[in-house]
Design a protein around this ligand. Structure first.
Ligand code: ADP
Length: 401
């Protein structure tokens, strides 16, 4: 079965086409600047040259039509006909409390995703555009939605509630939802497979650290706590997001600087984190380069980032009364040996012992970076949210037949 996975943003659309008989990627690509004057389609068929095409793409329906043209193109294509695509999987950021797993798209499911626009005003509307665009271009082909929040729906009430007046939860569903669920679920499963141990027996801390960053405590295969909250602003210090702070900072700054709600939101989401402290970059490569060169602002940014990350690991070891496995994944987690080294250096009280040489090895495969004596297995596992969505899509479509 061939499954197309779509990740639709407001002005972009990423895609990957899988042959699920052996889970290989047949082609992947990206449409950028949708709705702007010159949109860019980058298409990479496996084993063939990458192609880039600039044209006017005003909305997502045209974007998907262009993608399907590329997938069936004589020169750059990988399919003889669009009919070969038997299902489409969509990434959706917010599934609220309704979606505890991936779901087959029905009019009711679409209505529920719309109802959740309030909780993810920037992210859920483009997901609906992507679903509609797939329905128009591929009539009769089933669509499945996979939610970033779904994996964390196993958190207990004591974990997901904020200690604020309960009426706010009742009226507006204000609670912790988490994010990056597809990634945390994927890497925790791969970790158990890699170690050849039943996931039900394991206490795993998964560190998804990229531009956005979150940690999850996975006990017995389910999420028991995660660092992101009502929105992806809570938790770790990130590239441009502040992570945890005293909520009074918000009202205080709004008052003193006469900022509006959208200005203060923008400050905390786009102008904080590594970028704010270093004053130069949100990219961990620049921060660690600056730290190595002894630049004070980059050094402070790096130290704050590592300190906050390490505190969360300690908190999750406490949440689970122990930890068997720590997994690093996403842009920083997979690539930055120094972030992993410095973080693990101060986890010796947990019995973590890093093999510094193994930690420096680069490979796109799951690997162990702890010593044989380490009480905690430390692994680097490349995340693959698209594959996880393709697997869910295949399973749900097969079950629905
Ligand atoms: P997103 O959250 O946007 O999906 P990614 O998981 O792709 O992001 O992570 C992107 C980030 O990964 C970059 O901003 C950069 O900080 C970091 N990164 C990528 N490569 C390296 C590297 N070699 N060393 C350190 N950090 C890296």
């Amino acid at each position: 079965m061939k499954v197309l996975v779509i990740n639709a943003g407001s002005s972009s659309l990423k895609y990957q086409l899988y042959d699920m008989t052996d889970e290989t990627v047949l082609a992947k690509g990206l449409v950028e600047r949708i709705g702007m004057d010159s949109s860019i389609l980058t298409h990479k068929p496996t084993g063939k040259e990458e192609v880039t095409e600039v044209s006017e793409i005003l909305e997502h329906t045209t974007a998907i039509r262009k993608v399907l043209e590329k997938l069936t193109d004589k020169e750059h294509g990988v399919l003889s006909s669009v009919d070969e695509i038997q299902a489409v999987g969509h990434r959706v950021v917010h599934g609220g409390e309704t979606f505890k797993g991936s779901a087959l798209v029905t009019p009711e499911v679409k209505a529920e995703i719309r109802r959740l626009f309030d909780l993810a005003p920037l992210h859920n509307p483009p997901a609906i555009m992507g679903i509609n665009a797939a329905e128009v271009n591929m009539p009769g082909v089933p669509n499945v939605v996979a939610f970033d929040t779904a994996f964390h729906q196993t958190m207990e009430e004591k974990v997901y509630l904020y200690p604020i007046p309960k009426v706010l939860y009742k009226k507006h569903r204000i609670r912790r939802y988490g994010a990056h669920g597809t990634s945390h679920q994927y890497v925790s499963r791969v970790a158990a497979e890699f170690l050849n141990r039943p996931i039900e027996e394991l206490k795993i801390i998964t560190c998804h650290i990229g531009n956005g960053a979150s940690l999850t405590a996975v006990k017995g295969g389910v999420s028991v706590d995660t660092s992101m909250g009502l929105t992806p602003l809570e938790g770790l210090m990130m590239g441009t997001r502040s992570g945890d702070l005293d909520p009074t900072v918000v009202t205080f700054v709004m008052n003193k600087e006469e900022l509006s709600i959208s200005e203060v939101n923008s400050m905390l989401n786009k102008h904080s984190g590594l970028l704010a402290i270093s004053g130069s970059s949100s990219d961990m490569r620049d921060i660690t380069d600056g730290w190595e060169a002894g630049k004070p602002n980059e050094t402070l940014a790096f130290e704050m980032y590592e300190y906050r990350l390490r505190k969360y690991i300690g908190a999750y070891a406490a949440a689970m009364n122990g930890v068997d496995v720590i997994v690093f994944t996403a842009g920083v987690g997979e690539n930055s040996a120094i972030v992993r080294e410095k973080t693990c250096e101060n986890l010796s009280y947990l019995g973590v012992e890093l093999d510094k040489e193994l930690n420096k090895v680069r490979s796109g495969e799951p690997r162990r970076i702890s010593t044989p004596n380490s009480k905690v297995e430390v692994l680097v596992i490349p995340t693959n949210e698209e594959l996880m969505i393709a697997r869910d899509t295949l399973q749900i479509v097969q079950e629905s037949k």
